[in-house]
Design a protein around this ligand. Structure first.
Ligand SMILES: Cc1cc2nc3c(=O)[nH]c(=O)nc-3n(C[C@H](O)[C@H](O)[C@H](O)COP(=O)(O)O)c2cc1C
Length: 193
């Protein structure tokens, strides 16, 4: 499995934000057509990319700007980790793990699954932020997921936030340590109708 180099994200244009909010919806039926590299690149930037290169700030907020959420990208070929600084996907494990990242049969062939993971490994074991983050991290993942919803509503893609994933199986294939916690997953593709 090779590293996937992403394209520069499209950072302007699209539909007016109020139109996008008006059209945001969860999609539950998808075609198997993959996203193209431009769609994938802009979607990931919208999800948790860097929108202020001088400060490293992100497209979604986090308490104390801790930026502990990692976005794993699960494609038919394998699982990758989004690296927003390098704008690329680092290979993690080859194989099709979409049955783990969303257990509902409807999503087994949805081309893109995202997994949101809170990574506390850079915090000292006695850092009180570890306890506070248990609540904040779910909010952080929600912001990321909403940006994915808005990007999809703007471009005609479909998406659905997902709580029904195989936590143990997915953590294993993603190689998560005891400091990394799966929060939610999200499926993305072209709507079936
Ligand atoms: C935290 C959360 C977990 C969800 N988990 C699932 C899920 O596991 N499977 C699914 O099909 N939809 C899931 N959804 C999507 C909801 O079913 C959907 O948001 C709800 O029906 C409202 O529809 P709307 O998003 O189109 O307004 C989840 C949504 C949220 C916010």
């Amino acid at each position: 499995m090779n590293r996937i180099l992403l394209n520069p994200a499209e950072k302007s244009g699209g539909k007016p934000i109020l139109d996008v909010i008006a059209q945001r919806r969860s999609c539950k039926a998808f075609t198997e057509e993959p996203l193209d590299i431009d769609q994938l690149s802009t979607l990931l930037w919208a999800a948790f990319g860097i929108n202020s290169p001088d400060t490293g700030r992100r497209t979604t907020p986090s308490a104390r700007n801790i930026q502990e959420v990692q976005v794993f990208v699960i494609l038919e070929a394998g699982a990758y980790l989004y690296d927003p600084q390098a704008n690329q996907l680092e290979p993690v494990t080859p194989g099709d793990f979409r049955a783990l990242s969303a257990v509902q049969p409807d999503y087994q062939h949805t081309p893109l699954h995202l997994a949101y993971v809170a990574d506390y490994s850079h915090l000292a074991v006695d850092d009180p932020m570890r306890v506070q983050l248990r609540n904040h991290s779910y909010s952080h993942a929600g912001f990321v997921g909403q940006n994915v919803y808005l990007y999809c509503a703007s471009t005609g893609l479909g998406t659905c936030f997902v709580a029904s994933f195989d936590e143990t199986g997915l953590a294993k294939v993603l190689g998560l340590s005891t400091d990394q916690h799966l929060l939610y997953t999200q499926v993305v593709g072209h709507p079936a109708e």
